[in-house]
Structures are given as C-alpha cells and as structure tokens.
Design a protein around this ligand. Structure first.
Ligand code: SAM
Length: 364
C-alpha cells in the first residue's frame, strides 16, 4: 500500500530544494521507482551533486518528522542511495547531457523544424549514451534498460498481441531494444526512426535477427508501408516528440496507423506527451481515436514497476463473419443501403450472419 506523500516527513525549510523535495516525496510515498526518482531529480537540477545532497538531507530529516513507521522510509532511502551510488557515473553523464541545453521541450514552429530538431537531438544523444538516449531513467545502465524492456514485453504478452503469426511496427524504434526483445515472439518486427544514428545502432543490435526490419524515415507518415500490414503498431516514448512537432503530425500518424493496421489490430502509445496532464492527454487521444475508428481500451494507466510510462491501448474495429459490433458514426454518408449496416442512436451496428461474407472493407 503506497504511503501518502504528506506522511513522508519531508518538509519545506529543511534545506532541500523544493523541486527535488517534491520528487522525493513521490518516491517515498511509493509512486515511482528509485531510477525514475533519480531521473526526475536530475531533470530538475541538472546536477548529480545536487541529487546526492538532496538524498543526504532527506536521510537526516525523514526519521525526525515522519508520521508513519520509520522502517519503510529508511528502506526506501537506503534503496535510492544504493541506486545512486551504483550509478554515480551514469547520473553525472545524464546531468551533463541535460545541462548541455541540446534538448528543449519547446513546441516546434513547423513540422519540418520539429523533425529536424528531433533528428539532431537523437543523433547526438545516442553518441553520449546508448541506454540513456532511449530512456534517461536507465541511468546509462544496460541492466536497468533490460528490466524496463521486459516490463513492456510482459504487458504486450498479457494483452495477447504477440505471436509468431503477427507483424508489428514500432514508430521511433531508437536503438532497437524492443525489436531485439520481440524478435523471438513475433513473425516480423519492423522499426522506423528519424535518427540515422539510432537506426545504425539498432541495425548493429539486431543484426542476428532475420525477422527485424529497420528503416530511417522522414518522420512525416507511414507511407513506406502498405495498408493492413500490421497487427500491432506501438510507440514507446516517441509520441512526445511528435506532439512537440505539432498536432498536424500527430493527426497524420493516427490516420496512418489506422490505415496500416489489420482489422482488430492494436495501437499502443506508451507516453503521449511530456507537457500537460493525463486528463488532457486522455482527451486528445479520445478525439483522434474517434476520428480514426479506434476504441480506447486502456486509458492512461501506469502499469509498470520500474518505468512510470503512461499507457494507452487503442483497438481497430473488426468485422468478421458472424460478428455483431458497434462503432460511432463518423461518415454515415459513406455507407449505402446495400451494405449490412444500420444506424442507431449515433452508432453503426454491424450485423453479419455467419453464412454471409462481407467483402467491402469497413473504413470508419
Ligand atoms: C526516447 S527515444 C525512444 C526510443 C525507443 N522507442 C525506445 O524506447 O527504446 C524516442 C525515439 O523516437 C524517435 N522519433 C521521434 N519522432 C519520430 C518520428 N516522427 N518518426 C520516427 N521516429 C521518431 C527519435 O528519433 C528517438 O529515437
């Protein structure tokens, strides 16, 4: 059971920088892992020394003030101190990456500018640290990144979206850690990225896997793929950069994902944006989902232990023989009387008898 943030004993005026204190409260209340807490403190301070100092202050302060059993707090402070000590060099490197000012959360003025910025940022990042370039919370440690990757694979397995007959695509594949992990579990694993240097690393990492296909993209759309080619399209921490490049780019990608997915296919977005809150992200995703015929079946959940990524699962409508299904009316004029479709209360009801085949693809 997570502790409440108020009962962590961390108080203003303790010499702890307020922003770091907030992160530590979240960590001590059990909401985030030590790795994510360290990453968030590094993002706030851009200094590994400041983070060490904050942990030292918290270690002295907490036992004095905490209203809850001390042992949990002590255990958690010991755990974060140990992770920080083990990753001293990684934390220092990440602090330098953040302090360099190469990254910027500012929205781009045009799609072209946004994509050029993303390409430069990730070409540069992967040269600093292969692991940190795709996940700062890895603290530059391949072992941490492997654990985080395993959590995502496990989620996809729970959803039942993997299998040797499945073809999957990752938008923004980075160094190919997901493709390497998914290769034995799917038929074909495709990955695209705007960063040429990321694609080079991914090709190295996945060189032994014949069913992994990696390509550099201009980042504008999925035009290199034919319709209904994939069973799963997913994006791990890449949508924030699409969002940063502008709503038009996000809109195109939803439309494109709907086009390249098979009926009943899945679209998984792991982290949608770095700005704004979950409610805002949910609303934006629901809007796109409605426009492009997806049903949102998982909405902004945070299912992982190590990584605090928020997850959306969107499923395309499937009309098999013998299926009765329902979807919102988007373009009712596109349906004719000959089609087995009835309109009811703003929904399209599709009722296909088992013996009757239905040839025309449903494009909602
Ligand atoms: C934080 S990294 C994550 C990489 C990978 N998904 C992972 O989790 O290991 C984000 C990646 O998305 C890529 N990216 C951003 N915008 C993109 C776009 N429009 N099309 C393709 N890749 C994009 C970046 O180049 C970068 O490699």
């Amino acid at each position: 059971m997570p502790l409440s943030e108020e009962s962590t004993g961390l108080r203003a005026g303790s010499g702890l920088a307020p922003a770091l204190g907030e992160v530590l409260k979240r960590y001590l209340s059990g909401s985030i892992s030590p790795e994510v807490a360290l990453m968030q403190m590094l993002c706030e301070s851009e200094s590994a020394e400041a983070v060490q100092h904050a942990i030292a202050i918290a270690t002295t302060e907490c036992p004095e003030h905490a209203e809850i059993p001390q042992q949990n707090l002590r255990d958690r402070l010991d755990a974060i101190s140990a992770v920080a000590a083990e990753h001293e060099k990684g934390c220092a490197r990440i602090a330098r990456m953040l302090a360099s000012g190469v990254d910027s959360g500012e929205p781009a003025k045009t799609i072209q500018e946004g994509l050029a910025f993303t390409e430069r940022l990730f070409d540069w990042s992967v040269r600093q640290s292969e692991e940190a370039s795709v996940a700062l919370y890895s603290l530059g440690d391949p072992g941490v990144l492997e654990r985080a990757t395993a959590e995502i694979v496990e989620l996809f397995e729970q959803w039942g979206v993997l299998g040797r007959e499945k073809s999957v695509l990752q938008i923004g594949c980075g160094t190919g850690r997901m493709e390497a992990a998914l290769s034995p579990l799917v038929g074909d694993a495709y990955g695209i990225d705007v960063s040429g240097e990321m694609i080079e690393r991914a090709r190295c990492k996945c060189s032994e896997f014949a069913n992994v296909h990696l390509s550099k993209t201009d980042g504008r759309d999925l035009s290199m793929f034919v319709d209904r080619m994939f069973d799963l399209v997913y994006a791990v921490d890449s949508f924030p950069y699409l969002v940063q490049s502008g709503a038009a780019l996000v809109e195109t990608h939803f439309q494109e994902v709907a086009r390249v997915l098979n009926p009943g296919g899945n679209f998984a977005i792991l982290n949608y944006a770095y700005r704004g809150g979950l409610a805002e992200h949910n609303q934006a995703i629901r809007g796109y989902a409605d426009r492009y015929g997806f049903t949102v079946t998982v909405e902004g959940e945070r299912p992982f232990k190590l990584w605090n990524g928020a997850v959306w699962r969107l499923v395309t409508f499937r009309a098999d023989r013998g299926t009765r299904g329902c979807a919102r009316v988007l373009r009712p004029a596109a349906f004719t009387q000959e089609d087995p479709i009835g309109l009811a209360e703003g929904s399209i009801v599709v009722d296909l008898p088992a013996q009757q085949s239905y040839k025309r693809p449903l494009s909602l």
